[in-house]
Design a protein around this ligand. Structure first.
Ligand SMILES: CC(=O)N[C@@H]1[C@@H](OP(=O)(O)OP(=O)(O)OC[C@H]2O[C@@H](n3ccc(=O)[nH]c3=O)[C@H](O)[C@@H]2O)O[C@H](CO)[C@@H](O)[C@@H]1O
Length: 399
């Protein structure tokens, strides 16, 4: 069978978790609006949350491998041959992976084994240490395999250049901000969607401030999770605490055991993306170990206290929207009380800013994917894209 011309081949996306769905949806929508063929392959890693996040954008996977496994190594081992088979049949112009999950690593390995050109969205995030594990390892490995590196910020691009990666490195902004702005606009103009979005927390009283908390990172399990939960229990004296509980048993078990049934603590199911955005818009601050929430909060002017000792997202710290508070009970309680009790401090952290992108990352990334013969030339190029790849936001996004 003759091999189709590169420009008539589909762009194939591989993803498996909720944040990958959120951050890749804007790319798929933009390509579809341009009439470009896309294939979206779901690995099965987060079966329910992935589909729900995609559905929030009116999207559905074209192929669902439905593969799950109890550990990242087992999942990667199962996914690589299955994904390589899909890629060999689809003959895509590009395989696109996002971020740092097991699905990301497996997709990258499969693309390279199948001989396909590989693009990495949200490339170059680094803590410089082993944590978070396995994410830091995943993203470093993917950087060695990709030939098109879509860095959300200048710092991420610098990290890639310092590692001597092959191919083009481009600063595009983070497509998660595109998703957030798309959803915030939909909530403003679609009253039925906005009403449905708030249903899961419609019962929470409005008299006291609302504090949102999300926690799921592997390295925060055990003793560290217990510190966070003890802080949230104490803070229920000051605020309504809203927690969309991550379904992982290592998280949901301790959360329910320590906080279930406590007055002023509201344990919610994982929210559809529209609901989560609507909730962020109503809260006084967020406590989180999520990467995506660290990016979204500054754009919404939501003060963000990061439940980690370090972060691969220093831009939100520099813009004054986020602070690292770790996972010790006393430090978290002091930080939240300090913010809730000091209107000037709160206002300073609540100035909306766009350090992670201005909502035009998907278009910038797709322009790069669709450059004539980009897939083949990217294999040979070793250059920094310079200003051609830069996007800047009104408040310094993309830098
Ligand atoms: C080490 C690290 O930081 N790795 C990250 C990790 O992702 P994460 O930490 O951001 O993951 P989560 O917190 O699960 O998802 C967040 C998204 O989910 C939305 N949300 C949340 C609660 C809810 O009830 N309903 C929702 O809709 C929320 O608004 C946001 O958009 O892997 C990604 C993929 O590779 C990487 O990009 C990313 O670096």
């Amino acid at each position: 069978m003759p091999v189709p011309h590169p420009e008539s081949r589909p762009i194939l996306f591989i993803a498996g978790t909720r944040p990958e769905a959120v951050k890749l949806a804007p790319l798929v929508l933009d390509l579809q609006a341009r009439g470009v063929a896309t294939r979206l392959v779901a690995t099965g890693q987060h079966p329910d949350m992935f589909g729900a996040a995609l559905a929030g954008f009116g999207l559905k996977a074209d192929i669902d491998l439905g593969l799950t496994a109890p550990t990242p190594d087992a999942l990667v081992g199962r996914l690589v041959p299955a994904l390589a088979d899909v890629i060999r049949r689809a003959l895509p112009a590009w395989v696109v992976v996002q971020g740092d999950t097991s699905s990301t690593l497996a997709g990258a390995l499969a693309a390279r084994y199948a001989g396909a050109a590989l693009a990495h969205v949200e490339a170059g995030l680094r803590t410089g240490c082993d944590d978070p594990h396995p994410e830091e390892m995943h993203r470093r490995l993917v950087a060695q395999m990709a030939t098109l590196h879509l860095a959300p910020t200048a710092a991420a691009a610098s990290a890639l250049l310092a590692e001597g990666v092959r191919g083009g490195v481009h600063v595009t902004g983070n497509s998660g901000i595109d998703a957030l702005l798309l959803m915030a606009a939909r909530l403003r103009r679609d009253a039925a969607l906005a009403d449905a979005a708030v249903t899961p927390f419609g019962h929470v009283p409005r008299g006291r401030p609302w504090v949102l908390a999300t926690i799921h990172r592997r390295e925060n399990r055990g003793r560290r999770l217990a510190g966070v939960l003890a802080a949230l229990a104490e803070l229920s004296a000051d605020a309504e605490i809203l927690i969309p509980v991550h379904p992982s048993p290592a998280v949901a078990g301790p959360v329910r055991a320590m906080l279930g049934g406590r007055a002023h603590v509201h344990l919610l199911p994982p929210l559809p993306y529209a609901g989560f955005v609507a909730l962020m818009l109503r809260c006084a601050l967020v406590l989180t170990d999520s990467g995506g929430v660290q990016e979204e909060a500054p754009a919404l002017g939501l003060p963000c206290l990061v439940l980690r000792d370090g972060t691969e997202r220093p831009e939100g710290l520099a813009s004054g929207n986020a602070r690292l508070v770790g996972t010790e009970r006393a430090a978290i309680v002091a930080a939240v009380r300090g913010l809730l009790g000091d209107a000037r401090l709160h206002a300073a952290m609540a100035v909306p800013a766009l350090p992670y992108g201005d909502g035009r990352a998907a278009a910038a990334i797709n322009d790069l994917l669709l450059r004539p013969t980009a897939a083949s030339s990217a294999q040979r190029s070793g250059s920094w894209s310079g200003s051609g790849g830069h996007r800047r936001s009104a408040r310094g996004g993309g830098r």
